[in-house]
Design a protein around this ligand. Structure first.
Ligand SMILES: *Cc1c(COP(=O)(O)O)cnc(C)c1O
Length: 398
């Protein structure tokens, strides 16, 4: 048919050209960004076949899209899972996953030391839907066992807690949860699969804020969930329904980041250990919290669970002299910037009592072991010697 210029141009760059590309011998070295909200079909049967599972194909990008699925394949393999999903944020990944397994009348056992948004969700939001939560100390698996009730559907915690870097005995907790007929989800954001793969230690689902190590460049917000095919299928229904999909462009960026995850986290962990050792020996430091230190309470547990002698890039310190001393250190850290997030390539510092745990009262802070002299560091990939020199200079300013 002879088309008018308006009709010709209105199809510029549409996906029909892809049919020609698919018959070529070459493929792009890197998966392109599938910046399309929807997919086109030549006939009715083709769509029917996809919905019926008789053919492979995409329909609408809120459900699934190629850049999402490429990430899912890599993440499942990296974690030793059957399938994975990627979300618009870590909070979306966590909430969609919890919503897919609990209903009114169910109960959750969790730790009082959680990422702030998750704690708020469990404590205040789920209550509105008749789901109750008991918070217990996960450093004691016995306490977790005691808190489980007949209606407990889910046990939920984090691999490395914030900001004290406590590491629970994951296999022991998984066993307790399963014996009592409960699922066990774990937020592995602080560890990443380079440091720990919780599915191999009994967890049913691994959750991530991909904004942190998986993304790793402080330039995207995303989340991920990895587990059995059955669990992931249930969560996918919620992802599609609530529209918590990560867009194609950000998915592409995340795939780009995953290629260097092992290099980054290895260097970050090595740097964090050197920082922890330096800080532990410094006269102005009261205490260092890092599972890689031999002096750390959870060192033996971490050694058993963590991979390749790595303990992650996150550490905290109590500075002698409280708020005034901690403030002086932050203000003299030069290239180490005050950033209320973590896991970028640049070493950064955060002040838990004034950022992530700002909503806590004085008593709550004390109970959680968070002091006004406490700083949290996220090790970057710089030369360790430069970081140590900068830390030494800042501590000298007190
Ligand atoms: C940042 C973070 C989250 C929330 O993730 P977002 O990507 O900010 O939604 C959840 N858990 C942990 C441990 C985090 O650090």
């Amino acid at each position: 048919m002879d088309l008018d210029i308006a009709s010709v141009l209105s199809h510029a760059g549409d996906g029909q050209f892809e049919k020609a590309l698919r018959n070529q011998n070459s493929v792009p070295e890197v998966l392109p960004v599938y910046m399309t909200s929807v997919f086109a079909f030549d006939d009715v049967q083709s769509v029917d076949d996809i919905y019926e599972g008789a053919a492979e194909g995409y329909v609408y990008s809120r459900m699934r899209h190629p850049n999402h699925d490429a990430l899912a394949v890599s993440l499942s393999k990296a974690e030793g899972g059957e399938n994975a999903l990627v979300f618009s944020s870590g909070m979306a990944a966590i909430i969609m996953s919890i919503l897919s397994v609990v209903s009114t009348g169910d109960h959750i056992v969790s730790s009082p030391v959680l990422y702030g948004g998750v704690r708020d969700y469990l404590e205040n939001e789920l209550k509105r839907f008749g789901v109750s939560v008991t918070f217990v100390d996960f450093s004691d698996p016995h306490a977790v066992e005691e808190a489980i009730r007949p209606n407990t559907r889910l046990v939920y915690t984090e691999t490395i807690s914030n900001p004290l870097m406590a590491v629970p005995d994951v296999p022991a907790i998984a066993e307790i949860a399963h014996q009592r007929g409960s699922l066990f989800f774990i937020d592995n954001t602080f560890a990443s699969p380079i440091v720990m793969r919780p599915l191999l230690h009994g967890a049913d689902l691994v959750l991530y804020s991909a904004t942190k190590y998986l993304g790793g460049h402080s330039d995207l917000v995303g989340g991920a969930a990895i587990g059995s095919a059955k669990l992931i299928a249930a969560i996918q229904k919620k992802l599609t329904l609530y529209g918590a999909t990560l867009g194609a462009a950000e998915s592409w960026l995340l795939a780009r980041s995953l290629r260097t995850l092992e290099l980054r986290v290895t260097r970050q962990s090595e740097n964090a250990l050197k920082m922890a050792e330096f800080l532990e020996s410094h006269a102005s430091v009261e205490r260092v919290y890092y599972p890689g230190l031999v002096s750390n309470r959870d060192h033996a547990t971490s050694q058993k669970l963590f991979r390749n002698g790595l303990y992650g890039g996150m550490l905290s310190v109590d500075i002698k002299g409280g708020e005034a001393a901690a403030t002086a250190v932050v203000n003299h850290l030069g290239f180490i910037k005050y950033v209320p997030s973590l896991a970028g390539t640049a070493t950064s510092v955060s002040y838990p009592a004034k950022t992530s745990h700002r909503a806590y009262s004085k008593e709550e802070l004390k109970k959680a072991g968070i002091s006004l002299g406490q700083l949290r560091f996220s090790a970057g990939i710089e030369r360790a010697e430069d970081i140590i020199k900068q830390l030494d200079e800042a501590l000298g300013s007190i």
